[in-house]
Design a protein around this ligand. Structure first.
Ligand SMILES: *Cc1c(COP(=O)(O)O)cnc(C)c1O
Length: 429
């Protein structure tokens, strides 16, 4: 078999692109796992982002301040622990297109989703259903199911999933809007992922939110695969609530602290919530009195005092995002992912009919971030294993999907080219 590769599928072309990349210096800020004496091709930043070199120092500072001050560190640490979450708010808000009052960093993702569902899934009468995407991330499915049960509904009836059409992988926006219209009298909430974890489809959050509101429902988004991956304008889009984790595209370390957004229009609302002392008005919190008085805005949903070590990691990671900026990151992301798409298509074209590599992520760049999901027809898990054995880190989802995310902060065009070379070799054997 001869392969018909374009000029672009060459090391020289990839290196030229890297030379011209205004973000190329950011790669040096990260620690790469090694394979045979060189950096792996790390395409799993959608699962666990790489460690910024500054994280170690940031955490050590808190360890040292704890050693030096003990409990006094709450006020005496270089970054005092008492208001620690506040040092993350502005950067996190910029990342998701929000006002500072709308954002808080706290807990972990599924916890935040539950807390926000408590407040924003308020079924009453006929208006008791949640509309969501087919095959939402399992944790989100369990969260929705358990809230349906908590409110004494049968999840099979209370949760409506919008599916892709027969033979398609992405869910059409028109079908989402039609489903909202069809169920408009029974919807309490529309809850979608920002980017679907499996297909990599980016949903039109602005349009979905407007349709949900028109139907009289609320709109929330799980941004686990969207935060740090695509540009977000949660405030302008009028989203009611959102939550995200910090360990995927945001590079803040395994299980690190998460984020939450509550739109400003709910900032002073009396929405019911599950409360804790850290959500209490901070000016009088330490009077330790009965009767909860919420902090205005997203901070009013906090439960506990700040987990300083994971926040220290998150702080170091957010600094990098702030410096690079989402507009520059998304501009590079589009090019890098388009390059990967091209290389996969060219390699697929050399494969016999039953063994094509089918990209199931939307081709339209407005409907995806940097992740591509590929169905390897007629191949099993050994293809994935061969990539791993050759220093290319992607992930495998049964039965035959390979997910890969060239992230603009630390991946290069050369990484994409090397991926292609490794893939070609793996397919030949
Ligand atoms: C990664 C991910 C999660 C994981 O939840 P944790 O609470 O952080 O373990 C949940 N939902 C979505 C959509 C995800 O992508």
């Amino acid at each position: 078999m001869t392969s018909q590769m374009s000029d672009q599928n060459s090391l020289a072309f990839a290196q030229q692109q890297d030379e011209a990349d205004p973000l190329k210096k950011f790669r040096e800020r990260f620690l790469f796992p090694q394979h045979e004496g060189r950096d792996v091709v790390y395409f799993t930043g959608n699962s666990l982002g790489l460690q910024p070199k500054t994280v170690r120092e940031s955490i050590l500072q808190e360890l040292d301040d704890w050693a030096a001050h003990g409990v006094e560190g709450h006020f005496e640490a270089r970054r005092p622990w008492f208001p620690y979450h506040e040092i993350l708010t502005e950067q996190a808000a910029r990342l998701v297109g929000a006002k500072p009052v709308e954002v808080v960093v706290m807990n972990q993702l599924t916890v935040n989703l539950h807390l926000l569902l408590v407040s924003f899934y308020r079924p009453y009468g006929r208006r008791c259903k949640i509309l969501c995407e087919h095959k939402a991330f399992p944790s989100d499915q369990y969260a929705m199911e358990s809230h349906a049960v908590f409110h004494t509904y049968d999840p099979a009836e209370a949760i409506i999933e919008v599916k892709p059409r027969e033979g398609e992988y992405a869910i059409r926006t028109e079908d989402i809007l039609a489903a909202i219209e069809e169920h408009k009298d029974e919807l309490a909430l529309v809850l979608f992922g920002g980017v679907n974890y499996f297909t990599g489809q980016l949903f039109d959050m602005k349009t979905i939110t407007a349709a949900a509101h028109k139907a009289g429902a609320r709109a929330g988004f799980d941004l686990a695969h969207a935060a740090g991956n695509v540009e977000l304008h949660l405030h302008d889009w009028n989203v009611d609530f959102a939550c995200w984790c910090s360990y995927k595209y945001l590079n803040s370390g395994p299980g690190s602290v998460a984020g939450a957004f509550v739109h400003e229009r709910h900032a002073k609302s009396e929405l019911p919530r599950f409360a804790g002392w850290w959500g209490y008005d901070k000016t009088t919190r330490f009077k330790m009195e009965k009767g909860f008085i919420a902090m205005p805005g997203a901070e009013g949903w906090q439960l506990s005092n700040a987990p300083v070590f994971s926040m220290a990691a998150h702080k170091a990671a957010l600094e990098i995002f702030d410096e690079a900026g989402m507009p520059a990151l998304t501009a590079k992301s589009e090019k890098l992912t388009a390059y990967l798409e091209r290389i996969i298509d060219e390699i697929s074209a050399t494969q016999p009919g039953g063994k094509k590599l089918e990209i199931i992520t939307p081709r339209d760049k407005t409907q995806r971030g940097c992740q591509l999901s590929v169905v390897a027809h007629g191949r099993g898990k050994e293809l994935f294993k061969q990539l791993l054995d050759n220093g290319v880190i992607v992930d495998w989802r049964e039965p035959n999907v390979i997910r890969m995310a060239p992230v603009p902060l630390y991946n290069s065009f050369e990484d994409v080219w090397r991926f292609g070379e490794t893939l070609k070799k793996a397919l030949q054997s």
